[in-house]
Ligand binder design. Structure first.
Ligand code: BJW
Ligand code: ZN
Length: 268
């Protein structure tokens, strides 16, 4: 059988097509280059998205399987959707909260812990768009959750926040203090990012010599704009993604983060 990219199996020996060989050389060059860039960076930052948690079993937002009951995230994760039908929105979030109890960090998350240990939390900042808490669960400490977290709720009346972990919540949870509806403490479309945290993310990225962009489609702003901020300040941007994105980056590592990040760390 001759696959365009796959190995050609002949009897007991495995030959590779020319296309596969040149892809392997490109990948080898890219990972060596990325390792060199990371090694020589005084300050590092990473921007992660849903793709880094895909190998833990969590769905991404876009691409195959990215719909929830036929709805795009843009239809569910908005203040308008919550006002119109809070039970519908809570169903989406309660399912995702329940999923969190079943998943664990994967080698991609752990590789980023390793980078923080090696560079020190002062010189390595992990900016994540993810709300799943898996970077903290893996052991990363300097993590900026710019889109909030599923583990916290916030009162839509008095703004009080509370950590509820992954405990099961009622279909329509209410605030004990004022009786108004609680909502997940995450950032929906048309909402501002948490002010202090966003400023720290911008600063970390603008001070970094290298930014690793992992598992994000880089279509949601202002998070995706961090890539331009980094480059504008002279950082080299290394993307790790299983699929092409339109992001303007310097080095591309194409493949699963759970394999490529540990490989990158091994080469440092
Ligand atoms: C793997 C892999 C493996 C798979 N290994 N890779 C400028 C231009 C255009 C629009 C705007 C703009 N500025 C603002 C906007 C509007 C809007 C926006 O960006 N819209 C775009 C969709 C066009 N932004 C906002 O509204 C933001 N707020 C804002 O701007 O406030 C200012 C304001 C205030 C007041 C009035 C008006 C404006 C807020 C954005 C909030 C986003 N929130 C969500 C939901 C969070 C809660 C929840 O989880 O439910 O955040 S949306 C969703 O997308 C979530 C994610 O964090 C975010 C990004 O998604 P991500 O992580 O990139 O996931 P995917 O699925 O897109 O990609 C996964 C990737 O992984 C893929 O590339 C795969 O290939 C890859 N992958 N497996 C490696 N194993
Ligand atoms: Zn309240």
């Amino acid at each position: 059988m001759q696959g365009e990219f796959g190995p050609l199996v002949e009897g007991s020996s495995i030959r590779y097509s020319q296309k596969t060989m040149s892809d392997m050389n490109d990948q080898e060059q890219a990972i060596s280059k990325a390792a060199g860039v990371v090694r020589s960076a005084r300050r590092l930052a990473a921007l992660t998205g849903a793709g880094i948690s895909a190998e833990s079993g969590l769905q991404t937002f876009r691409g195959a399987g990215g719909l929830w009951e036929g709805h795009r995230v843009e239809e569910v994760a908005t203040p308008h959707a919550f006002r119109r039908d809070p039970a519908f929105v809570w169903r989406f979030y309660n399912l995702r909260r329940a999923n969190l109890a079943k998943v664990a960090p994967n080698p991609g998350h752990q590789a980023l812990v390793h980078l923080e240990e090696r560079w020190g939390a002062d010189a390595f900042t992990l900016v994540t768009q993810n709300v799943d808490g898996l970077h903290f669960a893996a052991g990363s400490q300097n993590v900026l959750e710019i889109h909030g977290t599923l583990r916290r709720v916030r009162c839509s009346g008095c703004d009080r926040t509370e950590d509820r972990g992954v405990e099961a919540l009622p279909d329509l949870p209410r605030c004990e203090a004022c009786g108004e509806l609680l909502r997940p403490d995450v950032v929906w479309f048309q909402e501002s990012l948490p002010p202090g945290i966003w400023e720290r993310a911008e600063r970390a990225v603008s001070e970094a010599d290298c930014l690793l962009v992992v598992g994000t489609s880089a279509v949601v702003y202002p998070a995706a704009g961090l890539i331009d901020v980094a480059r504008w300040h002279g950082a080299t941007v290394v993307e790790v993604n299983s699929e092409p994105t339109g992001a303007a980056v310097d080095v591309v590592l194409r493949g699963p983060a759970g394999r490529l990040l540990p490989e990158l760390v091994r080469r440092l």
